[in-house]
Every structure is written in C-alpha cells, then in structure tokens.
Design a protein around this ligand. Structure first.
Ligand code: GUN
Length: 284
C-alpha cells in the first residue's frame, strides 16, 4: 500500500480562506479583529515564528501587532502589559511566545492572559474547558490535527483506536482529549511506555508528537492506519523531518501527513481560527 498524503498546505489554505470571509463579515459590522503577539528576548526560532504569526494574520485581514521586549524585561512589567491588553477592547487575541527568559515563570504569565483572549489555548481555563467538553480555545497543533482527520472523512471516531505518542501539555494531552471527545478509544504512550510498538500496532490512528526522529517505523504500524506526524526535527543532512520514518511508513499506512507541509501549516492556520473566534465572541 502507498499512503495518500494529507496535504497540510492545501488544507491550511482552505482554513485561511474561511477565516478571511469571517474577518470580512466582522469588518462589515465595524469590528477589526486583532491579535497581539508578545516576544521577550532574542531567541532566533521565536523571532521567525512570531513574524510568521503576524504575517499569516495580516494575509487574512486580521490586524496583528508584534510587541518585542528585551531579555531583561521584568516579569512584573510583562504582567502589567498583559493586564493592559486584557482590558483593551480592540485586542481580541493575546499570544505570549514561549520559551520566555529563564527568570520568568511561564505558567504565571500564561495564567495572566484573560481566558477569552487565550488564542494559544494554553491557559488552565482553556485546558479545563477541553477536559470537560465545554467551549474554549483549543491548542492549535492538536486542533489542526483534528481538522486533518476531518478532511479525510474521519469525524466520528467511534470504534477507532487512536494511539498518541507524547504527553506534552500543548500537544499530547490535548490531542488525547480531542480524540476522546470525537469518540475514539485513546491510548497515550510516552518515554516510560515499555513496548511502544505493541501499542502502535493496535492503532487505527497514530499521532506522533515526541520531537525525535524515527519514533514510528513501518514495523510499528498496522496496515491501513492513519498516521499524523507532529514532529519537527532535522536529519543528518540538516533537512526538516518529522517523528515518523516517512519513507517506510508510507508503504503501510492508508493516509500520512508529510513533514514539511503537514501539521505545521495547520498549526499556523488554527491560530487564525482561534483569533477570529475570539473576536466574534467578543462582539456577539
Ligand atoms: N513556542 C513554540 N510553539 C509555540 C506556540 O504554539 N505558542 C507559543 N506561545 N509559543 C510557542
């Protein structure tokens, strides 16, 4: 079998087009949706990510501001700025890029964001809402993965066994909850799982979110399974690759996401969805 590709670029373009329509509808009512992105420090990757977030927003008609602060900004000053943005009705989404400098408590900073502006979905109120199946912002990466499953007709996952590899707060755990919400039977595996292959071989859906190359190889995949690769790694030649041995697994799976061009573009697109959603809710 050669798996079909779930094209993250094409799907993200559809999502952005839908967001652009929603932006126009809000603008027609006199509301300019706006995202404020905060970057503290000089982390090179964070500079690229935040620039992309602003550019993506502007491309769909969302207003976006990147606020940059020096590494030695105090946590008190950052919290004060977040409080101002929370109170500003012209700002609908607030995103504080992680990692923050070491002298700051990231948890405390994220909790300072008003939950109704938490477009990253990292606030405990957002996590709690997901946990109990209430409306709230969903973390962009697992949200994008669910959209990718929907795009191949996998909306109700009743009867499906999903195995999530990775238990991070921003991908693995929310991914498991979203799959559960969609009625899948869910197993969460991690570095302490003794026989990972025995788990993944049972799976109709595998989501790999570890951050390590070749975590999932062909011998670990049930023929016809759907494989979602959240990883973003570099191979020995410096080329971008995921957590999945794509060359091998594509011959066993029915559907697979490529890296690059899979989950990454969808993560970016879902931030725009969360932002327009925030603006729509604020002006409802
Ligand atoms: N750093 C790496 N990924 C992310 C993300 O999705 N959101 C934020 N705020 N910081 C990040």
């Amino acid at each position: 079998m050669t798996a079909q590709l779930i094209d993250g670029n094409a799907l993200a373009a559809q999502v952005r087009a839908d967001v652009a329509h929603r932006v126009q509808a809000l603008k027609a009512r006199g509301v300019q949706p706006h995202l404020t992105v905060i970057l503290v420090g000089e982390d090179p990757a964070s500079q690229v990510y935040t620039r992309n977030k602003v550019a993506d927003s502007e491309q769909t008609g969302l207003g976006a501001t990147l606020e940059r602060y020096p590494t030695d900004m105090t946590e008190a000053d950052l919290l004060a700025r977040i409080a101002q943005l929370n109170a500003d009705p012209a700002v609908h989404g607030i995103l504080v890029q992680l990692p923050l400098p070491r002298h700051m408590n990231s948890h405390g900073v994220i909790e300072a964001i008003a939950p109704e502006k938490d477009v990253d979905g990292f606030h405990v109120a957002s996590a709690g809402a997901l946990m109990v199946g209430q409306p709230g912002f969903r973390p962009c990466t697992p949200y994008g993965c669910m959209k990718m499953l929907e795009s191949i007709g996998m909306t109700d996952l009743k009867g499906k066994h999903a195995v999530v590899i990775g238990r991070s707060n921003i991908v693995g755990k929310p991914m498991a909850l979203m799959l559960l919400q969609a009625n899948a039977t869910v197993t969460v595996c991690h570095s302490g799982t003794p026989d990972l292959a025995a788990q993944t071989r049972q799976a109709d859906i595998v989501v790999a979110a570890v951050g390590k190359r070749n975590v999932l190889t062909a011998d670990m995949v049930k023929p016809g399974a759907v494989v979602i690769d959240v990883g973003m790694n570099r191979d020995d030649a410096g080329k971008l690759c995921g957590d999945v041995d794509f060359a091998g697994v594509k011959d066993v799976a029915s559907w697979i996401t490529p890296v690059p061009g899979g989950v990454g573009p969808m993560t970016r697109a879902m931030l725009l969805v969360n932002t327009i959603e925030a603006a729509e809710r604020a002006s409802a």
